[in-house]
Design a protein around this ligand. Structure first.
Ligand code: NAD
Ligand code: GLY
Length: 354
């Protein structure tokens, strides 16, 4: 078992422990006493783990309510958010009650935003069941839903009261969801931990879940402590995201977020070499580790199309964006870049498969 204490506007523990699903009743009662626990989950995760969580909560005499939503990004919508609000109100959920977000980043972001806004804020517990949620989205308090014109446009910073991560739940992930999580993990190594990066190249993530999750969460804890509201260093976590997001949007979200981040990391590393910001060995190491995890390293779109997609991103509300650029494996820099300079970063580069 590993416990990582996060000190942000709220102080809370991230507990990584095989079998912690069965302790949820005890943990929640310990924090909040007898209350109603509202499990929000999706239709993949609930049939796998819902019964165990329900049993664990009932064992401690908690009243349990359950809301199971369709899996996938489409559930991170205003319409689903409204459905959650209605469910909470109709069931007279009060400020002394707690939401239990059982699922991946979609459920965590949606349930977290519901908790942030229902009755002006009630408590919530993150129970991440994907690798991406375990290492990233369940920690740090970014909660949101999407609008048609862009992802995460409606949201808040709202920290959970507990993150209970059970690595055993990761054994049922599909290969694609597992690999997408690995891309975000490689990102942590590249942005700030060279030793971790080379360890990942030697030992597969699935052979060291607890250690890998603990390393990423510790790094995120340090970043969030310094910059909870994303005005500076937290943006390092967007490594690979500028070009990655453009590719993801261009694919109409048919390519997974993690896969696009992988491509984005490969592109920005190669661009950094061309700009003389890092050595060629860095981009070679990035491409090599991504290939080791069967992640894509080239884009289905040309540099021109990617730049156009960056420029037309409706989420960019200023004429500048912050590019996260590798200087070495384990060290990145944030470079404020006017939009008109973005094509210059990819000029003459072969970013797509021939
Ligand atoms: P997801 O929640 O859609 O999960 C991916 C798929 O895996 C879903 O079909 C889900 O039903 C299934 N699944 C989940 N756990 C499973 C398990 N244990 N066994 C079998 N199947 C399981 O996607 P995700 O990759 O976890 O999260 C992506 C979301 O996270 C995006 O909306 C993204 O914007 C958000 N995100 C948020 C933050 C943040 O800081 N809040 C950070 C990164 C990403
Ligand atoms: N995943 C990005 C962040 O938490 O800031």
């Amino acid at each position: 078992m590993t416990i990582i204490n996060v000190a942000a506007s709220k102080v809370y523990d991230v507990i990584i422990k095989n079998g912690i699903l069965d302790d949820l009743g005890e943990r929640i009662t310990g924090l909040f006493g007898r209350c109603t626990a509202v499990i929000i989950s999706d239709d993949n995760v609930f049939p796998l783990y819902g019964e165990r969580v329900r049993k664990a909560l009932k064992k401690w005499d908690l009243k349990v309510l359950e809301l199971v939503l369709p899996n996938g990004e489409k559930s991170k919508s205003i319409a689903t958010y409204a459905e959650v609000m209605k469910f909470l109100a109709e069931n007279k959920v009060s400020r002394s009650d707690v939401i239990v977000a059982l699922g991946g980043g979609v459920i965590g972001d949606l349930a977290g935003f519901a908790a942030a806004t229902y009755l002006r804020g009630i408590k919530y517990v993150q129970v991440p069941t994907t690798l991406l949620a375990a290492v990233d989205s369940s920690v740090g308090g970014k909660t949101a839903v999407d609008l048609d014109i862009g992802k995460n446009l409606v949201g808040s910073f709202y920290q959970p009261s507990l993150v209970a991560c059970d690595p055993e739940t990761l054994t049922t992930l599909s290969s694609e969801v597992y690999r997408a999580g690995c891309a975000e993990i490689i990102k942590y190594g590249l942005l700030g931990n060279a030793e971790f990066f080379s360890e990942l190249a030697k030992v597969p993530v699935k052979e060291q879940y607890e250690k890998v999750i603990a390393t990423c969460v510790s790094m995120k804890r340090d970043i969030v402590k310094r910059d909870e509201f994303d005005t500076g260093k937290r943006q390092l976590l967007n490594l690979g995201h500028t070009f990655g997001h453009a590719i993801e949007a261009k694919s109409d979200f048919s390519l997974s977020h993690g896969f696009c981040v992988a491509i984005g990391m490969a592109i920005i590393s190669k661009a950094a070499v061309r700009k003389g910001i890092c050595d060629k060995s860095v981009s070679e190491a990035v491409v090599s580790i991504l290939k080791k995890y069967s992640l894509p390293t080239v884009s289905p779109y040309t540099a021109e199309i990617i730049c156009e997609a960056v420029g037309s991103d409706k989420k960019i509300f200023s004429s500048k964006l912050n590019l996260v650029v590798p200087e070495a494996v384990g060290k990145c820099r944030i470079i404020s870049t006017p939009l008109f300079e973005i094509p210059g970063w990819l000029e003459g580069m072969e970013v797509s498969a021939k």
